[in-house]
Design a protein around this ligand. Structure first.
Ligand code: NAP
Length: 300
């Protein structure tokens, strides 16, 4: 079968298209043919060597807990536990549904299971260009919450407004983005969904409203130096989250069945276009998900 293989660290250019043996499913597993898969930041971190415990060769494609140490979804076939296979929402196309697994699941759990988002919330979603964050915005809007998003790019902020963002702030060109967010949120956000980490997380804690929940699922910009006073004086709830449970996954799929939501897809590339797409992701150029066309519908 054709697959993208990483055999050494060195960034996106080390992601090569190769012919390799298809996996043989173990008892209780299914052999699944992949038509479309999606990039996640983790795939780029692994190619850059910025991930612990890398074991070569890596087949990237990090949906459903694959993509290292297990072979990932950037291959024509994967072997999966049968219990991890779900029916797709009928409303969505194959390429749309490929955008969902890791990012949709992470956002669903962050917003609803951990964040307990309601229509009364004012939700701050920093770095809206991120694949998970675009889902977080859509999920929060689907129940009528007020949303404030930030981005380094006015183009991405315009896309976010199309998805329903109520307030948009450019964290690069705005003189003081956190002050602007506080001014626009009637005393600060009541819920923060963050994966930027670093100074972004520290500022979000400073402007969060008393009693707010701050949900963290990533640390793209690194460690944060936070003010304990902001946390204890305002009785903030800081909630970590990673991916989600089978129940979260089913509920996320159900949301797409029950609404008119569609994932934000930045572009669809062929397997041969994976290195270039990984470079775009590394540079943060994308808005939403980059989807990879792995195999044609007709070939068996
Ligand atoms: N724990 C889990 O289960 C889990 C699951 C998925 C992802 N993650 C982690 O979550 C993070 C995002 O993943 P992803 O796949 O959604 O990544 P992504 O699509 O590559 O998005 C990263 C985004 O981070 C934003 N960003 C960068 N610097 C920022 C700053 N200073 N302030 C605010 N935002 C900033 C950028 O937004 P703009 O372009 O709008 O500026 C960028 O588009 C990664 O660290 C990833 O490893 C964790």
């Amino acid at each position: 079968m054709q697959a993208i293989v990483l055999r050494e660290i060195g960034g996106p250019q080390q992601l090569h298209l190769e012919e390799i043996d298809a996996p043989v499913p173990a008892p209780g597993e299914l052999l699944v043919k992949i038509r479309y898969a999606a990039f996640n930041r983790r795939d780029v971190f692994i190619a850059q060597g910025l991930y612990p415990g890398i074991v070569f060769p890596v087949i990237p494609g990090s949906d459903t807990l694959l993509g290292m140490p297990h072979y990932g979804t950037f291959a024509e076939y994967v072997a999966l536990p049968a219990s991890n296979v779900f029916a797709k929402p009928a409303r969505l196309s194959d390429e749309q549904v490929a955008a969902l697994p890791l990012a949709g699941l992470t956002a669903y759990r962050a917003v609803f299971t951990r964040g307990r988002c309601t229509s009364d919330d004012v939700v701050l979603i920093p770095g809206i260009g991120g694949g998970v964050q675009t889902f977080a915005l859509q999920f929060a809007k689907s129940i009528g919450a007020r949303t404030i998003v930030t981005s380094s790019s006015d183009r991405k902020l315009a896309r976010a407004r199309e998805l329903g963002a109520d307030v948009t702030v450019n964290y690069v060109t705005s003189e003081n983005w956190s002050k602007e967010v506080r001014a626009q949120s009637d005393g600060g956000p009541t819920l923060v969904i963050d994966s930027a980490g670093g100074a972004t997380l520290a500022k979000a804690l400073d402007i969060a409203r008393p009693g707010a929940r701050v949900v963290i699922y990533g640390g793209t910009t690194g460690d944060a130096t936070v003010r304990p006073f902001s946390i204890f004086w305002k009785h903030l709830d800081i909630l970590g989250t990673s991916m989600g449970s089978p129940a979260d996954f089913s509920a996320m799929l159900q949301l797409f069945d029950d609404t008119t939501l569609a994932p934000a897809i930045d572009e669809v590339v062929d397997l041969a276009g994976v290195p270039e797409a990984a470079e775009r992701l590394r540079a943060g150029d994308q808005f939403g998900k980059i989807v990879v066309r792995v195999s044609a519908a007709t070939s068996a």
